[in-house]
Ligand binder design. Structure first.
Ligand code: SAM
Length: 343
């Protein structure tokens, strides 16, 4: 495949990005790897169907290894494997083992859990430390509706397998939609706490498919907190160090239990974002809310670690200035495919 050594960034139409002055800032510390854009679910806020719009040129295993070596050389210390659905990648366990062998500080994975019953243990043995499972409902019918056909029993079996596999931490992520699962919040929290799992609730963000939903579906974090008032303390949420954008509030009656809230719509957190994303075709994406990026897939295929390190530097220099940039509330977010960029 021909390589474009000038890495012409793809700049979407619309307002130009407020680019931060990165000369005095550190390189990306956290990366999210979308190891495949395929998914066996089609959540109503994420993608229109299971079959459409996939990348044609996905990185192969050797290219991913080259990519990860370059990311670590560029300064990345924390890796989250995601997708698409990462457990649909046939060699996800090998890829996780390879990342673990590089000695990063944190190695986590986000999954819809449909294949976790068989993969939880091999992934843990491969060196995965933390796991996040996306569960939007504990009601089988609602779960099937929100995921367009997903089976809750399979996901719950996956959670059980993960709990038996000795992970350092298991979380669940729940995207909350008004008129759908907002009535379940207390039940989900108690279900999670009873299993040693940290629940986090996510405001739906107008990214990709969600931009087609009526705006009223947004159920804000303040409303979520109101729905959980009997369970959580009346205190400001605080971020956990190196644990992503969620702000955590402790349980009212037990300071060891918490609930996370991710406010990508009513409040943004771009100023603290140290995250780079790598799409399944090897495009380096500095921000979830734009299609801006630097293509490095061909370099990865050719094993050119040093050239990828330079490409990472260029991608990072495109990161919007978090003091003025408003993330997924920017109009550019509607053109982004969550599945392709790696949510
Ligand atoms: N397939 C995996 C999973 O289901 O967790 C990983 C990829 S998925 C894109 C990652 C996370 O992004 C999930 O928790 C999903 O609910 C969330 N997500 C997708 N679209 C979203 C949106 N428009 N707003 C908020 N969260 C979204």
């Amino acid at each position: 495949m021909p390589v474009d050594p000038t890495f012409t960034p793809r700049r979407p139409p619309g307002r130009s990005l407020p680019i931060a002055d990165r000369r005095a800032t550190p390189p990306p510390a956290t990366v999210r790897l979308s190891i495949t854009d395929r998914c066996d679910l089609a959540c109503v806020y994420c993608r229109p169907s299971r079959r459409d719009g996939y990348h044609e040129n996905r990185l192969d295993d050797d290219a991913w290894k080259t990519m990860v070596v370059a990311l670590v050389r560029a300064g990345v210390r924390r890796v989250r494997v995601t997708g698409g659905e990462p457990l649909m990648h046939p060699r996800v366990v090998d890829l996780v083992a390879f990342v673990a062998s590089l000695g990063v500080d944190d190695l986590a994975l986000t999954t819809n859990g449909t294949r976790l019953d068989t993969l939880a243990r091999p992934l843990r043995d491969a060196g995965l430390r933390r796991l996040t499972v996306s569960i939007d409902s504990l009601d089988p019918e609602r779960f099937a509706r929100m995921t367009r056909g997903g089976r809750l029993d399979r996901v719950l079996a996956g959670v059980d397998a993960a709990r038996a596999s000795g992970y350092d931490e298991i979380k669940i992520n729940t995207v909350v939609l008004r008129g759908e699962n907002e009535v379940e919040l207390p039940q989900i929290v108690q279900w999670a706490w009873a299993r040693g799992i940290v629940p986090s609730f996510i405001e739906v963000m107008r990214v990709g498919e969600a931009a087609h939903l009526p705006p009223e579906v947004l159920f804000g974090a303040d409303e979520m907190r109101g729905a959980l008032a009997g369970l959580i303390a009346d205190e400001p949420g605080v971020p956990w160090a190196n644990r992503g954008p969620a702000k955590y509030v402790r349980a009212r009656h037990d300071p060891h239990l918490s609930v996370g809230f991710i406010t990508g719509s009513t409040d943004t957190y771009c100023d603290s974002c140290d995250r780079l994303r790598v799409a399944s075709d090897g495009t380096l994406r500095p921000c979830l809310a734009t299609n801006e990026g630097v293509q490095a897939g061909a370099l990865a295929t050719e094993g050119r670690v040093d050239a990828i390190v330079s490409a990472i530097d260029r991608a990072w220099s495109l990161k919007p200035d978090g003091r003025t940039w408003k993330g997924c509330t920017e109009t550019t977010a509607a053109d982004v495919s969550m599945r392709a960029i790696g949510g």
